[in-house]
Ligand binder design. Structure first.
Ligand SMILES: NC(=O)c1ccc[n+]([C@@H]2O[C@H](COP(=O)([O-])OP(=O)(O)OC[C@H]3O[C@@H](n4cnc5c(N)ncnc54)[C@H](OP(=O)(O)O)[C@@H]3O)[C@@H](O)[C@H]2O)c1
Length: 321
């Protein structure tokens, strides 16, 4: 497939940034993206990398750094038409990602992000800005990484969504699965931290904020516009091993009138009750098909990079057809 010449600027070169660089480099030719290049990367630790070499990840692994540069100036001075925002998450202010996304959109650049901050907290403002500027603001990686979730609806023209329900946080699902085997919450959390599934500060995951940001994003995409700050959010700290054994899962739910995150006891017949470990799953109830399901990983280097690649293809297709 022929593609229009495009340049990509990556903001944040950590797990997802490097994963995306690798995946893009591997898949570029087979996707017909020979005219698309990653022309710049800017990162707090590694600096500003112009025309990165294919082995840039090897270079930084040896300790090489590049001249530091402020992210906002980089966006303003860059001739890239696509900006990938992969910096830190802040679910209170959405910064610094919010300013990054806003600056890029104001300059008429497409934005791809995996960062839930701007998507959950500033969705309306940023999507309206993108629309005004005639560019895309895409965020597949914010919900279930590259596993199809809300984007399944692109395949179902006219389908009306009645409700969405899911297990959207691998860390808490891993903890609850361990608790099913009799471990208490603290032991299961410690194990998740040792395996790298949970952060040193596990609040965002175990108190339900990460899951809440995801159901908020879905609710905005569906036009239900439930606000993050108004959601009922209950985490898993008080779930007992007995409740976990009875298939209590951290469920995110939304329909037009309500949205919440809370531990919920599921029946054995419920497909979501069989989702274990770090796996994520979503149920979308539609007027045409009834309930449809998708299950898969919700995080990880390549898994999240797949989401950004999916968004990139959407931009490339929209600009070449
Ligand atoms: N990893 C996953 O599986 C996953 C899945 C879904 C969504 N996400 C989201 O994707 C985003 C990136 O995640 P990640 O796992 O790649 O995080 P990460 O490994 O911590 O990488 C973030 C990178 O961005 C840099 N950075 C942070 N703030 C910056 C700023 N203001 N200016 C320039 N560089 C900045 C960091 O620099 P330092 O190294 O100096 O801190 C780091 O190199 C996050 O919002 C995360 O929530 C991640």
């Amino acid at each position: 497939m022929p593609s229009k010449q495009s340049k990509i600027l990556i903001l944040g070169f950590g797990t997802v940034g490097q994963g995306f660089f690798d995946l893009f480099t591997k898949k570029r030719e087979s996707l017909g993206l020979n005219d698309v290049t990653i022309s710049e990367i800017v990162d707090m630790k590694y600096g500003h990398i112009v025309n990165p070499k294919p082995d840039v990840i090897g270079e930084i692994a040896t300790g090489k750094t590049f001249p530091p540069k402020d992210v906002i100036s980089t966006i303003k001075e860059s001739d890239a038409d696509i900006v990938c925002e992969f910096t830190w998450l802040d679910l209170k202010t959405a910064e610094p990602a919010y300013s990054h996304v806003k600056t890029a959109l104001e300059l008429g650049k497409h934005v791809i992000t995996t960062n839930k901050g701007p998507s959950a907290l500033k969705y309306k403002e940023l999507t309206e800005l993108a629309k005004r500027k005639g560019v895309k603001f895409l965020m597949k990686g914010t919900v279930m990484a590259g596993t199809p979730s809300f984007n399944l609806l692109d395949l179902l023209p006219g389908a009306e969504v009645k409700s969405v329900r899911g297990i959207m946080n691998g860390t808490t699902n891993y903890i609850l699965t361990s608790m099913e085997q009799g471990k208490d919450f603290s032991t299961a959390l410690k194990e998740a931290q040792e395996l790298g599934y949970a952060e040193a500060d596990p609040t965002n995951d175990v108190d339900g904020f990460d899951t809440a940001s995801k159901i908020t994003i879905i609710s905005h995409i569906l036009g239900w516009n439930h606000e993050f700050k108004n959601l009922e959010i209950k985490g898993i700290r008080k779930v007992t091993p007995e409740q976990a054994k009875e298939k209590t899962k951290l469920i995110a739910y939304a329909d037009r009138s309500t949205a919440y995150v809370r531990p919920t006891k599921l029946s054995k017949e419920d497909i979501l009750s069989g989702v274990s470990g770090v796996m994520n799953a979503i149920e979308i109830d539609t007027d045409t098909l009834g309930k449809i399901y998708a299950m898969g990983p919700g995080a990880g280097r390549t898994q999240t990079a797949q989401a950004a690649l999916t968004d990139l293809m959407r931009i490339v297709r929209s600009t070449t057809h």
